[in-house]
Ligand binder design. Sequence first.
Ligand code: FPP
Length: 267
Amino acid sequence: MSLGEIFDKKNNDLSKRIDKKKVPEHVAIIMDGNGRWATKKGLPRTYGHKQGVSVLKKIIKASKNLGCKVLTVYAFSTENWTRPSKEVNFLINLFSEVLRNQIEEIHEEATRIKFIGDLTPFPETLKKIISSSESLTKNNNDFLFNVCVNYGGRQEIVKAARELALKSSSGEIKPSEVNEELFNSELLTRGLKDPELLIRTSGEKRLSNFLLWQLAYSEIYISDVLWPEFNEYEFLKAIIDYQSRNRRFGGIESLPKESFEDSQCSS
Ligand code: FPP
């Protein structure tokens, strides 16, 4: 699959700068700035969310064409309930509308869709369409699109801890058996590789309770662009920046043995 040509202002094809062997398997995105984009244009904030959906469609395609396997987006946090009820209701209706209108196309593109978060407070109509979309696409293995709704990283961690405590008190596991692997298996993202790259738009430099466990070693890319103005070009810039990083996972860059000893001896 190819990404197609994506040109920068100097007419250089950005897609040529991508190292196909170093494409992140899992990308997570905090799509931020919808409200500000709309307000800047003198429009209601809800226009920003609508425009955000068109951008999301482009980025799903771009990440899939690039060779990523999983895209996880933050669509509604546990804190978003504190927004005015008009905006909350708009977002809930938007999720249903997007699923109703796009699920066939998502399915045809061999993409699996999954919702991550506590769906309990959502209306039955949305829960039903989420469930039918998940079951329609469950055997699609090319690409996984995770949508985090009513999701909070701390809540997810607390829930995992509670599950393990219950299993321990019932004798199913011993407290000494609790390790990272077991903990991971209680998370909503169980079975998935952690994201190698987190992109946040709109210049904000926070995690905002998103995938707190899973992002422990992810590279973070902050784009100043507001989500409704984000596009394939900005996405490739994030990937190129990611590919220039030296991921050490808390260790040191692997050096030939002599170089390490040399550096120890030099004063
Ligand atoms: C953040 O911008 C964006 C959101 C809270 C909602 C994003 C949701 C979508 C784009 C819809 C996705 C739909 C599906 C079905 C996946 P903000 O409102 O926090 O912007 P601000 O920081 O400028 O106020």
